[in-house]
Design a protein around this ligand. Structure first.
Ligand code: GDP
Length: 300
């Protein structure tokens, strides 16, 4: 099963009703848009994003050139498709990480505990090492949970990427500094810092992450959010972005059977690019985010 199955099915029902016929009236288009609106809301897409999407699509779809054309239904479907691509971040090339600059370049990983942050850190490390042929070091800054440090070390081993040796008793900022200087001395190109996660958003966690950011000047600050948590994930991204100036998002558990609303709302609500999707627990379960591909998957 697929996260977007229910939405896809609903939309294809709407499309069937507007294509199996010759002419379309403005009323037909509005009826279709009403159904699309309900389908998006049922998929847990944020209301303001749905409103904006529907009004943009309507503006293009009710014009004479569309409804008087030879195949108006097809044209409406194309407009919906383009609107969806835009909602997801636009036509451009899939998002890439920005790794330019004097090495070692830091990437900061943030997110709530359980979002998949540590797993994603290792996945991204492997990807950069393999695809960009860069020397990557990972370091866990989770001083409160020794198990989390151990977990990153194990995941990094699976990824074939070295992790910073664990030294007990250091603060997160001290570990971040040690990671950067070890990377400098040992010629690493990229250092991925896995910050501590908490179960709830709190000031202490935010403050610590902000301090690490000002210390290491990361090129990327990525928020990892669990797509299965729907609008909570969107709210989390908003809150983190207010404090941390995120550069991008990673949505995990896209292989789960959520409703898809987080993936469809994130970009619109936060203005931030979705850079990757987590697609399994496995170390290779990471896809570069591609708006066109995802729109295609949803519209079938
Ligand atoms: P953290 O607490 O945020 O560091 O989360 P972890 O990296 O420990 O991940 C929590 C759980 O989610 C682990 O069991 C991971 O294997 C799992 N996980 C992470 N990303 C994904 C994903 O994209 N899909 C699935 N199915 N599971 C994932």
């Amino acid at each position: 099963s697929d996260m977007f199955d229910a939405l896809s099915e609903r939309l294809s029902g709407v499309f069937d009703r507007i294509t199996g016929r010759g002419a379309l009236s403005e009323k037909d288009v509005d009826a279709a848009l009403r159904e699309i609106r309900v389908a998006l809301l049922e998929a847990d897409v944020a209301l303001p994003a749905v409103k904006d999407f529907v009004s943009k699509v309507r503006e293009k779809a009710v014009g004479e050139t569309v409804i008087r054309s030879v195949a108006p239904g097809q044209q409406v479907i194309k407009i919906v498709h383009d609107g969806l691509v835009e909602l997801l971040g636009g036509e451009g090339e899939p998002e890439r990480l920005s790794l330019e600059g004097e090495p070692p370049v830091a990437i900061l990983m943030a997110g709530l505990q359980g979002s998949g942050k540590t797993t994603t850190t290792a996945k991204i490390a492997k990807r950069i090492a393999e695809r960009e042929k860069k020397k990557v070091l990972v370091a866990s800054l989770d001083t409160r949970r020794p198990a989390a440090m151990e977990q990153l070390a194990q995941m990094a081993e699976k990824a074939g990427v070295p992790s910073l040796p664990i030294v007990a008793g250091q603060t997160a900022v001290e570990i971040a500094r040690r990671a950067m200087s070890a990377a400098r001395l040992q010629g690493f190109d990229v250092v991925i810092l896995d910050t501590a996660g908490r179960t709830t958003l709190d000031e202490e966690m935010m403050g610590e992450a902000a301090k690490i950011a000002s210390e290491t000047r990361p090129r990327e600050i990525l928020l990892v959010a669990d797509a299965l948590t729907g609008q909570d994930a969107v709210e989390t991204a908003k809150r983190f972005n207010e404090r941390l100036k995120l550069t991008g998002l990673v949505l995990t558990r896209m292989d789960g059977d959520g409703r898809g609303g987080a993936a469809l709302s994130m970009r619109w609500v936060t203005g931030l690019p979705i850079k990757f999707l987590g697609t399994s627990e496995k170390i290779d379960g990471l896809d570069a985010f591609d708006a066109k591909r995802l729109a295609g998957r949803i519209l079938g």
